[in-house]
Design a protein around this ligand. Structure first.
Ligand SMILES: [Zn+2]
Length: 654
């Protein structure tokens, strides 16, 4: 079966990277995607996302403890009727009003408080403001119920969508980032998770309703059925979801480290049931893998699940991802969000990479682990996408724009590649230890995190400052291009590493850089600690080098790199004067061509051994003077590199 080809929203790069895997020996073939960049596009609607207000209008002056959500949904009708009961504790004194984020397009039927109906209600600016009959003391648990109905507006990715599949009606919700308020009164601010939720969905008997947590009961009521879902894990408003249609259901089971097993509950369109059953079992190895490199699945007391929907991608609703299909990389990506996005949620849309960069990279890690032959291709796709445009930071610099928040190139791929480079810089054991510490941090687990919270864990585990790294790769923009100049004399190699940057916000990207030196029948890779542009390295390679490869395994994000061997330099005999000759203390090298300054100098002895290297790349000059007082007496060769070529001369040290 062939899965979808996707257009990149970022419109610079269109790539197709699907490959065929033979799943069972000689049996059926299953097509899977290996691309790094397809999920972001799949998570984005093909249609332009309309911009919406980011700011949660509801003031953050209470701690939300619990919701009982009662919804009536008939997927044949684009309409919702609901009652939301909220338990809360005021966090300020004088609390005599409560507000929820709630779309102006919906109608409030009534608000009940302590069995009486409140009349002083204001709805405007997507906020419902309810005046209470008296002040509720600070930190006192109380509750209120809002009854409402209406046709939810369809903005962003479509918060509440009514559609059909195979001629059968379906309704699904997709609230991220700002759309929960478009179908229920809630608190959208990214700093107060709802501690627990009961969800009751009433729908005609022919349909099933998928939602968060555990399905406790399904009870017939007249011509309808009431599905009762319940979760006791903290959850952000945008991760609460419902989908209703004629689902067929089955489960896969994942062994957990403790000996229990985790149910993966699949709600699939009946017409795709047999195909789904061949694809969803891949989630078993994916979850086991994530358990091993991160922490045990964070909602293990409840479930994981998939509910099929008609939006062109997937959405990581807590404990029940909604997916358009069961493409391997899509289910790997949404599943990773259960750790990164759901268990720990970005504390601001500025930090969306804490959700999407991680999910993208974990999707990549499944390729590295299970499809190693495609790992280099995955990285190549990501690098090509990220470097297709010179600027842009991982930090989301416009949280009012849905397109910027979910920018596939920056929030997804560059965020993911930031993690890949951090893993390269710190090593696997510290990298994965830091992730475990982050996921286990009691101040973050089941809550929200900002980027400095993550940085603190990497710094603590590695015992080093990562300020420069995150300034270069997170806060600021662009990527480096490396320009290598190398030559070999005998076994001695000189290598000059210059660097330019695609964006002026970063003056230098400091990274350990791997370079492979390839000979006739052998090769070796050396990692250099590159701390400045123009840095010269002098070392030995015991075999004749035929060529160099810069970062052959793509540990780094870079593009436009060049490699120049000395032998490729044209010889220019008449443009340099070396004096005095013989020389005792100082040797002067003068370029006779004003347009052609001295860039670097290499002095070798008569046997070809490199004695001295002087690099002037950051301060190229017409006249260079070198102290040679420490050289032993004898004849030496001097190579002077100009922009246009190399000049070779000999001189005598007196
Ligand atoms: Zn995602």
């Amino acid at each position: 079966m062939k899965l979808r080809y996707v257009n990149m929203k970022t419109n610079v790069l269109f790539f197709i990277s699907a490959f065929i895997l033979f799943y069972n020996a000689g049996a059926q073939s299953v097509l899977k995607s290996s691309g790094a960049s397809d999920i972001p596009a799949m998570e984005q609607k093909a249609q332009a996302a309309k911009q919406r207000s980011v700011l949660s209008g509801a003031p953050d002056n209470y701690d939300l403890k619990y919701h009982r959500c009662e919804w009536e949904i008939d997927p044949a009708v684009y309409f919702i009727k609901g009652a939301i009961t909220s338990y809360f504790k005021p966090t300020v004194s004088g609390f005599n009003q409560i507000a929820f984020d709630f779309s102006d397009s919906l109608d409030v039927d009534s608000v009940k408080y302590h069995n009486s109906v409140l009349s002083s209600i204001q709805l405007g600016g997507d906020v419902i403001q309810i005046s209470l009959p008296s002040v509720i003391p600070i930190n006192t648990l109380d509750s209120i119920t809002v009854y409402y109905h209406g046709v939810p507006p369809s903005t962003g990715f479509g918060s509440f969508i009514q559609s059909t599949h195979n001629g059968v009606p379906v309704v699904w919700t997709l609230s991220e980032p700002f759309g929960a308020k478009e179908w229920w009164p809630c608190k959208q601010s990214l700093n107060d998770k709802i501690d627990s939720v009961d969800i009751f969905i009433t729908t005609p008997q022919i349909y099933r309703a998928a939602s968060n947590g555990l399905l406790l009961s399904e009870n017939i009521s007249g011509n309808s059925k009431i599905y009762h879902w319940k979760t006791r894990y903290p959850v952000a408003a945008y991760l609460i979801a419902a989908a209703v249609t004629n689902y067929s259901t089955y489960s896969d089971f994942v062994p957990l480290p403790g000996g229990d097993s985790l149910q993966v509950l699949n709600y699939v369109y009946p017409e795709g049931d047999s195909l789904a059953r061949t694809l969803t079992p891949a989630i078993i190895e994916i979850i086991k893998f994530y358990d091993s490199i991160a922490v045990t699945y964070p909602f293990a007391n409840e479930k994981y699940g998939h509910a099929q929907f008609g939006w062109g991608g997937g959405m990581e609703h807590q404990t029940m991802s909604f997916v358009v299909g069961f493409n391997y990389s899509l289910i790997a990506h949404e599943c990773a969000h259960q750790w990164f996005g759901d268990h720990i949620t970005c504390g601001s849309w500025q930090d969306i990479w804490l959700n999407e960069g991680f999910a993208t990279y974990f999707e990549g890690l499944t390729v590295e682990r299970y499809f190693p032959g495609n790992w280099l291709q995955w990285k190549t796709s990501a690098v090509n996408n990220i470097t297709s445009w010179p600027g842009g930071s991982v930090l989301c610099d416009d949280t009012t724009s849905v397109n910027r928040i979910f920018d596939g190139r920056l929030s997804y791929n560059k965020g993911g590649y930031l993690l890949h480079m951090l893993r390269w810089k710190l090593g696997d054991s510290i990298f994965f230890l830091s992730l475990k510490n982050y996921l286990n941090d009691p101040l973050l687990a089941g809550k929200y995190a900002r980027t400095p919270d993550l940085i603190a864990h990497f710094e603590a585990a590695s015992n080093q400052s990562l300020t420069s790294f995150f300034n270069q790769w997170y806060y600021n923009q662009g990527f480096p291009s490396y320009h290598l100049l190398w030559g070999q004399t005998g076994s001695d190699v000189t290598l000059t590493v210059n660097q330019t940057q695609s964006d002026p916000s970063v003056s230098f990207f400091e990274m350990p850089i791997p370079i492979r030196f390839i000979g006739q029948s052998k090769d070796t890779t050396i990692v250099f600690n590159h701390t400045s542009s123009g840095q010269v390295f002098n070392f030995a390679i015991p075999f004749p080098i035929i060529s160099l490869q810069f970062d052959p395994e793509l540990h780094l994000l870079s593009a436009g790199n060049t490699i120049t061997g000395i032998s490729e330099y044209p010889s220019i005999d008449d443009q340099v004067i070396v004096y005095p000759n013989p020389a005792k203390d100082n040797l002067n090298i003068l370029s006779l061509n004003n347009a052609n300054m001295v860039e670097s100098i290499v002095i070798t002895d008569v046997l070809g051994k490199v004695i001295l290297i002087s690099d002037n790349n950051n301060n190229i000059q017409k006249l260079v003077s070198i102290n040679i007082s420490h050289l032993v007496k004898g004849t030496y060769f001097i190579k002077t590199y100009l922009k246009s070529g190399v000049n070779c001369k000999s001189f005598v040290k007196d």
